[in-house]
Design a protein around this ligand. Structure first.
Ligand SMILES: NCc1[nH]cc(CCC(=O)O)c1CC(=O)O
Ligand SMILES: [Mg+2]
Length: 326
């Protein structure tokens, strides 16, 4: 044998020399679930180790994460039922606790990159990302609501707007709305290839945002989120979002969709984000709880694999732990 690959694995020093992929806290985004009560800290049964927090707890949490070099956060609101309605009015209300929290975070930690969530589902009594009109999830009526939500978030200080709704044309629509209002510096992280996945369960538990049982509307999101069977369709979505002014293209979920991450990374010069979603984290945590997997090693390998596939940015509930280990 003239060529022996094992020579390049013979010591830690050699392995370090030839390592192809690096992953550090700078690539990671920590998701945050925000509650209205300032001092709240509530566990999520299906996602151990992650909490729904009020703003006081969130500020403490961010301070903690910053010690480990985590600078980017993506925030989601757990909206009380009494604030929900069919069009998500509360999303742009002056008293909205999510907008107030963004202001408080950016005031206290101006150096962080704060990413929003734009979609109707946390605010909607129907639990859909778009507005339901006459039994239909109405694309173009939803765009107006998403535009207003995005402008309110930019005004509150979010650095990057994160449309997670999968309506057609919303990136261009939001970009124009932001620019019209003078927020030309506010970025857009497009949930470009977001699949109708079974792995969002714990997230929907956390926000109580699952689609409701309605008369004429399916209680799944398959008419707007992508079919897990499709890969080429993701390239089409990516072409739209890139042309409409997205600053990042996201693939979601991540681990079952590494091929999609790879394809988008090859096809587009835009930064690629991957959302390692709640269910993907939960199944690893459940196995670790039973002693079936080593949490640190398995979580690190999962994140590294997402990065190796071509993700520049990884959103994961493991971000803080990984940052602490590395
Ligand atoms: N706008 C909805 C939204 N934004 C982020 C997630 C899931 C994230 C996760 O599971 O961690 C979802 C769930 C859904 O589409 O129902
Ligand atoms: Mg699209």
């Amino acid at each position: 044998m003239l060529s022996r690959p094992r020579r390049n694995r013979s010591s830690a020093a050699v392995r370090n020399l030839i390592r192809e992929t690096e992953l550090n806290a700078g690539h990671l985004v920590q998701p945050i679930f925000l509650m209205p009560e300032a001092d709240a800290r509530l566990p999520i049964a299906s996602l151990p180790g992650t909490f729904r927090m009020g703003i006081d707890e969130v500020l403490r949490e961010i301070e903690d994460c910053m010690q480990f070099g985590l600078l980017s956060y993506m925030m989601f609101p757990a909206v009380p039922e009494e604030h929900k309605d069919k069009t998500g009015t509360y999303a742009t209300a002056a008293e909205n606790f999510y907008l107030h929290a963004a202001r408080a975070i950016k005031e206290r930690f101006p150096e962080v990159c704060l990413i929003s969530d734009v979609a109707l589902d946390p605010y909607s009594t129907d639990g859909h990302d778009g507005v339901v009109i006459d039994g239909e999830i109405h694309n173009d009526e939803t765009l107006k609501l998403l535009d207003a939500m995005s402008v309110a978030q930019a005004q509150a200080g979010f650095d990057v707007i994160g449309p997670s709704d999968m309506m057609d044309g919303r990136i261009g629509s939001i970009r124009r709305a932001l620019d019209r209002e003078g927020y030309t510096g506010t970025g857009i992280m497009a949930y470009t290839a977001k699949y109708a996945s079974a792995f969002y369960g714990p997230f929907r538990d956390a926000l109580d945002s699952a689609p409701r049982q309605l008369q004429d509307v399916p209680s799944d999101k398959k008419t707007y989120q992508m079919d897990p069977a499709n890969a080429r369709e993701a390239l089409r979505e990516a072409a739209h979002d890139a042309a409409e002014g997205a600053d990042y293209l996201m693939v979601k979920p991540a681990l079952n969709y590494l091929d999609i991450i790879y394809r988008l990374h090859e096809a587009h010069p835009l930064p690629i984000a991957a959302y390692h979603v709640s269910g993907e984290c939960a199944m690893l945590l459940a196995a670790a709880e039973r002693g079936w997997l080593d949490y640190e090693q398995a979580a690190s390998e999962a994140l590294l694999s997402i990065r190796r596939a071509g993700a520049d940015v990884i959103i994961s509930y493991f971000a803080k732990d990984y940052a602490r280990w590395s």
